[in-house]
Design a binder for this molecule. Structure first.
Ligand code: SF4
Length: 367
């Protein structure tokens, strides 16, 4: 990652600290930017009368706002960098600081993939005949994760990770000029910007969108987007200019692994239900519902609340399996690190016979 090409927009923060005459603030930065944190602390301390405490625990999203512990230290304002505001209340005044990247890749590399993906969407759209039997409809409308999901359009859904969203409407024009009908989806309250996606939320999806382009790097967001929507997905990386796609084999491999997890808990009797303590990951009601569901099926569920979740913190509990209600990506991306099966709420419900795998995989979204 070329950090010199990132813009850390500290000016608004410095203005706010000066206006409020804050004396102690906390700075929270994502993992990829921690190396720059000391430089930013220097800049804030030079420009204002405030002292800065770095909230140095791991931080992977705005779900993870520092809260009461900082209040106890006397912190007056939290400066949270690189993520946008969510529909959560941390109990602390918080200033969100944008980080943007100026990489502006050519679109040519991704056009052949988009043409293939639009053809897939068109083939699904062309099958909206009314006289199909239920079985025929099911077969034709199945998406990449096995759901029956008829489409109403073949638009290109244009999404990105937050540091590239300032370019999204420029890219919309470029793809329109290349012959695509483009939608920049607007999601629910957990998302701030048009085109934004999170690893746990793809709520802007709609049935007018037939395929996607993700502007960003890595496969964290693309895996979630493909699991959530079941639609073809191309990726364009602003850091390298490379184009790629989230292939069906990759999604199939993940689904096979998830199905294996479900099979492996069929006979489990005792479960630890993990509750995330981070403000934007806490799903207490869901955890309690799962505990009741386990009781209904004659099984035992223990509720475990944790700020951070890792194998070293839970592997030793004498239970048969874990159910995760914290960050949904812990089960999807990290399950192999745990000594016992680690499943999502949907997967537990399938194992208990409350939901059906045959009607398609349901991504664990936090709304
Ligand atoms: S994917 Fe996980 S870490 Fe990222 S915002 Fe969602 S809950 Fe937080």
């Amino acid at each position: 990652m070329d950090l010199n090409r990132h813009d850390f927009q500290l000016k608004e923060l410095i203005d706010r600290i000066q206006t409020n005459d804050n004396r102690l603030i906390a700075l929270q930065v994502p993992e990829g930017l921690k190396m720059q944190a000391l430089e930013m602390m220097d800049e804030i301390e030079e420009e204002t009368a405030a002292k800065v405490i770095l909230a140095a625990d791991p931080c992977y999203g705005a779900c993870d706002l520092v809260h009461d512990k900082m209040k106890m230290m006397g912190v007056e304002l939290v400066a949270h960098m690189g993520h946008s505001q969510m529909n959560i209340e941390s109990g602390m005044p918080t200033q969100f600081i944008d980080v943007t990247y100026d990489g502006d890749p050519e679109i040519d590399a991704v056009l052949p993939l988009l043409a293939q993906h639009r053809a897939i969407a068109e083939s699904r759209l062309g099958q909206l005949e009314e006289d199909l039997s239920e079985e025929e409809a099911k077969e034709r409308f199945l998406d990449a994760v096995g759901r029956v999901a008829p489409l109403k359009g073949t638009k290109l859904g244009l999404v990105g990770s937050i540091q590239h969203l300032h370019l999204i409407f420029d890219f919309k024009k470029r793809f329109e000029a290349a012959g695509y009908e483009v939608e920049v989806p607007v999601g629910g309250a957990r998302l701030t910007f048009p085109g934004q996606v999170l690893g746990c939320n793809y709520s802007g999806d709609d049935d007018e969108i037939g395929h996607y382009l993700f502007l960003g790097s890595g496969d964290f967001h693309p895996i979630g987007l493909a699991l959530h929507t079941g639609k073809p997905l191309a990726m364009l990386d602003p850091y390298t200019g490379d184009a790629d796609e989230m292939g069906a084999e990759r999604i199939e491999r993940i689904l096979r692994q998830r199905f294996g997890m479900i099979m492996s808990i069929q006979d489990s009797q005792t479960f630890a239900i993990l509750i995330g303590e981070k403000p934007g990951q806490m799903r207490r009601t869901l955890a309690l519902r799962l505990k009741r569901l386990l009781t209904k099926h004659g099984k035992k569920g223990y509720l475990l609340a944790l700020e951070h979740i890792g194998p070293e913190l839970i592997n030793f509990y004498p239970v048969d399996a874990f159910v995760n209600t914290a960050c949904p990506r812990i089960a999807i991306d990290d399950a192999v690190r745990y000594s016992k099966p680690l499943v999502t709420p949907f997967e537990l419900e399938v194992a208990l016979g409350e939901k059906k795998w045959e009607t398609g995989y349901q991504f664990d979204e936090i709304p």
